[in-house]
Design a binder for this molecule. Sequence first.
Ligand SMILES: Cc1cc2nc3c(=O)[nH]c(=O)nc-3n(C[C@H](O)[C@H](O)[C@H](O)COP(=O)(O)OP(=O)(O)OC[C@H]3O[C@@H](n4cnc5c(N)ncnc54)[C@H](O)[C@@H]3O)c2cc1C
Length: 486
Amino acid sequence: MDRQYLLEELERIVGIDGVRHRPVDLMVYEYDGSVDGAVDTAAPTAVVLPRSTDQVAAIVRLAKRAGLPVVARGAGTGLSGGAVAQNGGIIVSLTRMDRVLEVNTLDRTALVEPGVINLELSDGVKGQGLFFAPDPSSQKACTIGGNVAENSGGPHCLKYGVTTNHILALELVLPDGGVIWTQVARDGYGGLDLTAAVVGSEGMFGIVTKALVRLTPIPAATTVMLAAFGSLESASHAVTSIIAAGNLPASLEMMDNLTIQAVEPAYHAGYPLDAAAVLLIETDGHPTEVAESVEEIDALCRTAGATSMRRADTARERDLLWKGRKMALAAMGRLAPNYYLHDTVVPRSRLPETLDTVETIARHHKLKIANVFHAGDGNLHPLMLFDRRTPGDVERVLEASHDLIHACVEFGGTLSGEHGIGTEKRDYMTLIFSEDDLRAMAGLKQAFDPEQRFNPNKVIPTGYMCGEVKQLHIQAMQQQHGIVPV
Ligand SMILES: Cc1cc2nc3c(=O)[nH]c(=O)nc-3n(C[C@H](O)[C@H](O)[C@H](O)COP(=O)(O)OP(=O)(O)OC[C@H]3O[C@@H](n4cnc5c(N)ncnc54)[C@H](O)[C@@H]3O)c2cc1C
């Protein structure tokens, strides 16, 4: 298909102001939030900004006629290269589909378009005593569509569960342009659970155009505690003992001294500058239950070696303690111009030795690594600090990343807790999945997308999909010669 004809057809579907194709306009879409070097950047042929499901379906049908890859995109905050069109083709940006279509306070559900921003959904239903529980730290920017595709988590997912636990049904545009709902009844589960298959599928099965989401009542009481420790080991032991004793805090976050050094001067959250680590522990629920839990957690932290404990009961005090955690990534700019934020998981009980290993890796590669993470879930976020302008820095970070991933897998962990696989960790999938596992995943992808045009070459390593070689050849032709395949 001729490029000019393709662009004219796209403009016919969404209007002239809904198509971007000039190189300067495409530049911003070459990236997501991941580190350039860990993930390849690439420009798409065009970016299209639809306003309705019908428009999305028409774009997808046109892309099918042209034989072009399609990559869905939300806010582009993803950290594993998922929204980057490494094989070219059409990026479908869902940011103009940003309406909350219906809020049902009786059923505690909301029907939303994929471009709704996570925090705006919670803010919008706050007045009705409800919130959307998954709360990625990027929640001021990231979209519900992106959350669904990545099965995103956040500090409060320890108690409330990740995105998959809050999605009831999805409207999906399939790679052939067909439109389906993954469930018909709001409270029933008949047939195969396609909703669960689509959540976390990283845009490889279809484009989410509507989501029916579960809303959660705002708890009656909330307390946030800040526990300071003289070592990472004692803080890690506190984490294990809190959960082992049967407590389930809403969130249980750890920050190490390097993070505190970045955050405290910036936000004055009240974190002790001399602590080796602090835990931020939020407990919520019925007031009596919260009061009992707080006493027990306080005692467990002291037994594990807490050097100080602070409680925040008012919303203002709580917000201040949280501000430090939520803005920690932004504060890293005080320590280094660049960081590589990792996302791996280990069993909670292996946290002390894993954090030791992170320190060893930092020393070995002569890097500073700050730790700020969802300790309750064993979901590590080592932040490797570097300066892209210094020769060799990017290479050292990538080598350290490689060592970190291998170490976490050896501790019985896995590749990602919430940021997904994308292209960043695709080639590590063989570390944790067998040939048969990966063939089963490839089979599922094939069932949704036999032509492998939806977010191609993500998640599943090369060699597991039928017809892959032909696909790669077509894309190479397209990139080298500017040919849009028919
Ligand atoms: C500072 C910072 C902090 C972060 N903190 C967290 C955190 O605490 N927890 C966490 O889980 N993540 C976190 N992230 C990662 C990121 O914000 C999440 O993965 C988020 O859900 C991505 O949403 P997005 O709208 O930006 O999606 P994008 O980056 O645009 O896309 C992500 C993936 O979703 C697919 N996609 C997007 N929309 C759709 C759709 N409508 N249909 C089908 N597929 C679609 C894309 O193809 C891509 O594969 C953080 C990122 C940053 C930059």
